[in-house]
Write a protein that binds this ligand. Structure first.
Ligand SMILES: [Zn+2]
Ligand SMILES: [Zn+2]
Length: 142
């Protein structure tokens, strides 16, 4: 399997690189086209006053037809692409999983499993990693 890499973070609703123990992970989620008109990619609404994208908005809008989707419902339809080097067995792999976070010890994580040793590889929400700044993170978690 060869995952399609994003050309820029603008294509993604989520993009992160992490070092996890002796392993590392890169995860990204592409924006999907509007389910109504299919003409444009859904994105966060743009603030009319500032002209900037409201990344904290709780919804996505289609810039072409104005269709709105609730943030969680929209993100649940997306697929996360994950490239990893397993912290347990050092195997490198690529997986695709539904972009749905689960609670692990009270923390929201995107969990994938190493295809070789089945170890869990958890990508935590950035806000829970106090004092750690992920490079190139593009999330609205903080
Ligand atoms: Zn549309
Ligand atoms: Zn492994």
């Amino acid at each position: 399997m060869a995952l399609k890499l994003p050309n820029s973070a603008d294509e993604c609703v989520y993009f992160t690189r992490r070092v996890i123990g002796d392993g590392k992970v890169m995860a990204w989620v592409f924006r999907n086209p509007c389910p109504k008109c299919g003409k444009a990619l859904m994105g966060k609404p743009v603030d009319k006053k500032t002209g900037k994208v409201s990344i904290r908005a709780k919804e996505y809008v289609c810039p072409a037809c104005g269709y709105r989707a609730e943030k969680q419902a929209y993100e649940d339809t997306l697929t996360a692409n994950v490239m990893y080097t397993c912290p347990s067995c050092k195997n490198s792999g690529e997986v695709q999983v539904p972009f749905k976070r689960k609670k692990v010890q009270g923390v929201d994580v995107l969990r994938v499993q190493c295809q070789k040793c089945n170890a869990n590889i958890d990508i935590t929400k950035k806000m829970k990693e106090i004092g750690k700044k992920g490079e190139g993170d593009k999330t609205d978690d903080e």
